[in-house]
Design a protein around this ligand. Structure first.
Ligand code: GMT
Length: 388
C-alpha cells in the first residue's frame, strides 16, 4: 500500500507512535509518506520505502497567523497525486483531520477517492478539541473520517462523551518495539548516575501542567528520606523553571538530574528502577509503556487510560491524582524490597510484550485493508477500481 501519515514531528507521544507505525509499515514493504512541517524526531533511519514531505508555510506581512492547515491540505493533495497514495492516516485530530477532509474533497474533483483514517491521541479530545473555538470543526472532521481509532477504551468513551460522534470509534492500543527497549543496560552509565548503588527513579514528559511534574519531585523527596535514590528527569517544557525551583527549594539539586529531550530514551530507562507518571490525565501513557518494555515498573495515577496498561500491584502501582502520600508509600515499599522489585520488573516486561509492535501493527494493516484491497503481488486495488 501507499500510505500518507500526517503527524506532529515532535517528541510527543502521538508523533512518536505515528513515526514508529510508519517505520514498521515500511519494514513490511509498504510505501510510507510522512507529511509534516519538520522531520519527525524518531525518523532516524534510512529506509527506501520511507518518504518525507515537508509542509512549508509561506509567510506574508498580512498574516498574523500563517495558515498551516491550508498549506498542509495543499501538500497532502500534491503527495496524493504525485505518489498515487491509497490512503491517509492522520494522527491527532487538530488540524490534521480537517486538512485531510479538505484534501480528500479537492482530489475528489478529479475523480480520485482517498480514504482518511483519524487516530485520536488524547489532548486533541480532552483538552484542545473541547474548546468551543475548535469543537464544531473537530466534530465534523472526525465524523467525516472513513475510520476513527482511539488509543484506549478510556479515550473512546471520553470522545463519545464530549463530541457528537455518529460513527464507530475503534480502539487500537499504542504499541512499543520491545526489542529496542530490552537491551543490556550500560553498567558504566548506571555508575555515573548512581555511584553508590542508589535506586534510580525516572520521569519523562513534556513538562506541561497536565503532567503535574511537581508531584514527581515531591514523591522523590519522600522516597529519598527513606532510602538512597537519584531522579532522572527526561524532557522539557513550560513548567520546567518552576520544577527546577522546587528541586532547589527542597535541597535536592545534587540528586535530581534534568537530562532534557532524549532520542535514545531506552539507554536511560534501562538503568532505571521505577518510572513515575503523575498526570492529571493520560489517554494511554506511551512513556510508561516504553518504561515497561525496558523492565521498569510504573508508579502512576489512575487517570484516563493508565489503568488499561499499568496493573496495580503487578506492573507497578496506581493512586489517585495528587495523592503524593500514597504514591511515596508505594515507591518506598517497592524500592526497599529487592524480591518484589525483581518480580515487578519482570511483570512490567511481560505486560509490554502484550503491546509489542508485532501484535498491534497488523491491526492497523487490517483496518487499511478495508479501504484498499491487497492483491497477492502486493499491488493495491482500491474499492473504486474493484467496483469498475
Ligand atoms: O501527553 C502529551 O501531552 C502529548 C500527547 C501527544 O499527542 O503527543 O500525548 C497523547 O498521546 C499519546 C500517544 O497516543 C498518549 O500516550 C498520551 O497519553 C496522550 N496524552 C494525554 O492524553 C495527555
Amino acid at each position: 500500500m501507499r500510505i500518507g501519515i500526517v503527524c506532529y514531528p515532535t517528541f510527543g507521544g502521538s508523533g512518536v507512535l505515528a513515526t514508529e507505525l510508519g517505520k514498521a509499515l515500511a519494514d513490511k514493504g509498504h510505501s510510507v509518506h510522512f507529511i509534516t512541517y519538520q522531520q519527525p524526531v524518531r525518523l532516524n533511519v534510512f529506509n527506501a520505502n520511507i518518504y518525507y514531505h515537508e509542509v512549508r508555510v509561506p509567510t506574508y506581512p498580512l498574516f498574523d497567523y500563517p495558515p498551516y492547515e491550508i498549506a498542509l491540505a495543499s501538500t497532502m493533495v500534491d503527495v496524493i497525486n504525485n505518489h498515487d497514495l491509497d490512503l491517509l492516516h492522520v494522527h491527532y485530530a487538530i488540524p490534521h483531520a480537517s486538512a485531510a477532509y479538505m484534501a480528500s474533497k479537492i482530489v475528489e474533483k478529479s475523480g480520485r477517492k482517498i480514504p482518511f483514517i483519524t487516530t485520536l491521541h488524547g489532548t486533541d479530545i480532552t483538552l484542545v478539541g473541547r474548546d468551543k473555538t475548535y469543537e464544531p470543526v473537530v466534530t465534523f472532521s472526525i465524523n467525516e473520517s472513513d475510520a476513527i481509532t482511539a488509543v484506549s477504551n478510556n479515550l473512546r468513551e471520553e470522545t463519545y462523551k464530549s463530541f457528537h460522534i455518529t460513527k464507530e470509534i475503534e480502539v487500537i492500543y499504542n504499541f512499543v518495539d520491545v526489542k529496542r527497549f530490552s537491551k543490556k543496560p550500560i553498567d558504566a552509565f548506571r555508575k555515573v548516575i548512581a555511584p553508590n548503588g542508589e535506586k534510580i527513579l525516572v520521569h519523562a514528559s513534556n513538562f506541561r501542567t497536565i503532567k503535574r511534574v511537581k508531584d514527581v519531585i515531591r514523591i522523590f523527596a519522600e522516597t529519598k528520606k527513606a532510602l538512597p535514590a537519584k531522579l532522572l528527569m527526561i524532557g522539557d517544557g513550560p513548567d520546567r523553571p518552576a520544577i527546577e525551583e522546587l528541586v532547589k527549594e527542597l535541597g535536592l539539586h545534587d540528586d535530581v538530574r534534568f537530562v532534557g529531550k532524549q532520542e535514545q530514551i531506552e539507554e536511560i530507562l534501562l538503568v532505571s528502577d521505577l518510572f513515575l507518571l503523575t498526570s492529571e490525565y493520560e489517554s494511554f501513557g506511551l512513556a510508561a509503556l516504553e518504561a515497561m518494555a525496558a523492565s521498569v515498573p510504573v508508579l502512576s495515577t489512575d487517570a484516563g487510560g493508565l489503568p488499561e496498561i499499568n496493573i496495580h500491584g503487578e506492573t507497578g502501582y496506581l493512586a489517585a491524582v495528587g495523592d503524593v502520600a500514597n504514591m511515596s508509600k508505594y515507591a518506598i515499599s517497592l524500592l526497599s524490597d529487592e524480591n518484589l522489585l525483581a518480580k515487578m520488573k519482570e511483570n512490567a516486561y511481560q505486560q509490554a510484550l502484550r503491546f509489542d509492535i508485532h501484535n498491534i501493527v497488523p491491526a492497523y494493516e487490517k483496518l487499511y485493508s478495508r479501504f484498499c484491497r491487497l492483491d497477492s503481488d502486493e499491488t493495491v486495488v482500491t474499492d473504486q477500481q474493484a467496483n469498475n
